[in-house]
Write a protein that binds this ligand. Structure first.
Ligand code: SAH
Length: 594
């Protein structure tokens, strides 16, 4: 997701161009490619993905000479000019064409055409499995044979020693993974190197190993590389599973360590002597303590960086004539290091029916790895979700837990959607998530975050009964779970007195019945008894119910937690089954309450 290369939209025809312009406005990172088709190779080599708006046959001819390897080719998506289909033509997995076709379909209301073997079986694409978690693919992996076994539905042995097991939650009941060795292939996930097996095997290495490194001034990069490789091989650990290097702050400018980190793209965690001295280690050294102020650098740094209680490999000293000397220890973290910044998409799913959800929200839902929300709302958007996405539902009361879980997963580098009904920023999850992030010192960047609006209940309810919100209005939630009733009562008084049209959210539950009665009494003290009231229940859902009444004959018992109550201002009037609040304030000169 963090790739900097653009997506090019290529539309040789005029009608295709109009669609391309529409798409460019909807799709972040997408740009129109307007050069002649003869220059296609330039687009091919500089793009993450290419989207063609022309017949698929023509695209096949155009790209045929350019195709080299699925690991390096851009993904190719074709859209017909009527925007009915978004076809993932090539580079479905590693080129990201499958995901892009899904995203475009969600934006345009088209159907995604995905022909990869794993997508219809709710199986993860094996060559992408660990990517979202920052795992590194193991050398000597037999991707093709393992993928073939999975697609054929043959049993595949699964061994997972490290890393998030979240992906297993998304597997269908009849998934082919098994623990036994009597299988057609093997998927092996861990920090080590597995024993040889006759089964075709793919390896993924979650980055859990922290290398604690100390060295003499001027130790060569080569000695560091050789020492680390030797230690890893001796202990059957994969270099791909290394998360990073940990060392003492005195070594922050050590040329060999910096070069090593750059070479392998490893982060460096730096600790001061006091922090390292506080960490109990198997081999403290008073000589080291005398030199740098901590009895251990390598062991203490590995333990501190990983958060582990014990070392995986105790310290070893390596020395080479003329190259200096270094000490290396290894510890294994519980959770893998993931260089991705993580992403939170806070989504409002609208009142109910899917056609009331914005295309942007639909595209975001299709694009994330994890979707979190209250079960009822998740059920409403389920048709938009993909079988390989992880869905975490929870009961209605667990908002704080949901917010924390979303943040935890995003901090681990995942892209997570948090779904609220209506608008997520109106009595929804957006505030909760942002509050928690702010409390935990969020820098605004990592995880990245977007808030996508939705049609809130008051808009949905208003639309169902006409135009009651035409003049100044306000929303008041009658839930006193998190707000003292006295504060709610004062707001009701003020809004009633100021003649706002009022939308009541959370008006009445099975146990919370008194508030709505008090609210009505307050309104009656300020407005005529014939003031129109609309009770809109489950707007835009299958069980929608609407009733119109007045303040005087308002059937309170009919109101529940699925209802939004709209109360007109002094000018609101009823016409048949509609409520209309005039655009201006007729008669304002005579009898204004404010
Ligand atoms: N974030 C939501 C509001 C959540 S508070 C939004 O923006 O709409 C929950 C309250 O919203 C419910 O008690 C009810 O008063 C109202 N509500 C939510 N969906 C509704 C719907 N489809 N029809 C009527 N009221 C609804």
């Amino acid at each position: 997701m963090s790739s900097e290369k653009p997506i090019y939209l290529i539309a040789p025809t005029e009608s295709g161009q109009r669609l391309a312009e529409r798409l460019a406005a909807l799709l972040p990172d997408a740009r129109l490619w307007s050069a002649p088709l003869a220059e296609l190779p330039t687009a091919w080599h500089s793009a993450r993905q290419l989207v063609f708006l022309v017949a698929a046959g023509a695209v096949v001819r155009l790209i045929a000479p350019l195709l080299t390897h699925k690991a390096t080719d851009p993904g190719v998506v074709v859209i017909d000019e009527a925007a009915r289909f978004a076809i993932s033509l090539s580079g479905g997995h590693q080129g990201g064409a499958d995901a892009l076709a899904e995203q475009i379909s969600a934006l345009l209301g088209a159907t995604a055409v995905i022909t990869n073997g794993s997508s219809h079986r709710a199986l993860p694409a094996i060559d992408l499995l660990g990517k979202p978690y920052g795992w590194r693919p193991g050398r000597d992996s037999d991707w093709n044979r393992v993928a073939a076994a999975l697609v054929a539905g043959k049993p595949v042995q699964l061994v997972q020693h490290h890393g998030l097991t979240l992906w297993q939650q998304a597997l269908a009941q009849d998934h082919p993974f098994t623990e036994t060795t009597t299988a057609a292939a093997r998927v092996w996930i861990g920090a080590g190197i597995p024993d040889p097996s006759d089964l075709p095997t793919v390896r993924w290495h979650p980055r859990v190993l922290w290398l604690g490194v100390g060295c003499e001034r001027g130790t060569s990069e080569q000695l560091l590389v050789d020492s680390i490789q030797q230690l890893l091989i001796e202990h059957q650990l994969a270099i791909e599973a290394v998360a990073g290097i940990a060392t003492l702050d005195l070594k922050a400018d050590e040329v060999g360590i910096l070069a090593l980190a750059r070479h392998y793209d490893w982060p460096i965690k730096i600790f001061d002597a006091a922090t390292l001295a506080a960490c109990p280690v198997p081999h403290p050294s008073s000589i080291v303590a005398g030199c740098v102020g901590t009895p251990s650098v390598a062991e203490a740094a590995a333990l501190t960086a990983s958060g582990a209680g014990e070392l995986t490999v105790e310290k070893r000293v390596f020395r080479a004539e003329g190259s200096g000397a270094c000490t290396v220890a290894i510890a294994t973290a519980q959770t893998e290091y993931n260089p991705e910044p993580g992403f939170l998409s806070l989504i409002g799913s609208g009142p109910g029916a899917l056609d009331q959800l914005t295309p942007a929200a639909a595209a975001a839902l299709a694009g994330v790895q994890v979707v979190i929300g209250y079960s009822l709302y998740i059920d409403l958007v389920r048709p938009l979700l993909k079988a390989t996405q992880v869905i975490e539902t929870s009961p209605i009361t667990q908002e704080v837990a949901r917010a924390e879980r979303a943040i935890e997963l995003a901090r681990r580098g995942l892209s997570v959607a948090v779904v609220s009904s209506g608008d997520c920023g109106i009595y929804g999850m957006a505030g909760l998530v942002l509050e928690r992030l702010a409390q935990s010192g969020w820098d605004g960047q990592s995880p990245r975050l977007e808030v996508l609006p939705g049609i809130t209940a008051l808009q949905a309810a208003a639309a169902r009964v006409g135009a009651p919100l035409m003049h100044d209005f306000c929303a008041i939630s009658l839930s006193d779970l998190m707000t003292p009733w006295e504060a709610i009562r004062k707001r009701l008084e003020a809004a009633a007195g100021a003649d706002f049209v009022i939308a009541l959210y959370n008006p009445r539950s099975q146990t919370r019945t008194r508030q709505i009665e008090e609210a009505r009494a307050i309104l009656l003290a300020h407005r005529p008894p014939e003031t129109p009231v609309a009770l809109v229940r489950a707007a835009f859902r299958a069980d929608e119910q609407i009733s119109l009444c007045t303040l005087a004959d308002w059937p309170l018992a009919q109101v529940d937690m699925l209802t939004t109550v709209l109360i007109g201002n002094r000018a609101t009037f009823r016409h048949g089954e509609r409520l209309i609040t005039p655009r201006g304030y007729p008669g304002a000169d005579t009898d204004l309450p404010i």
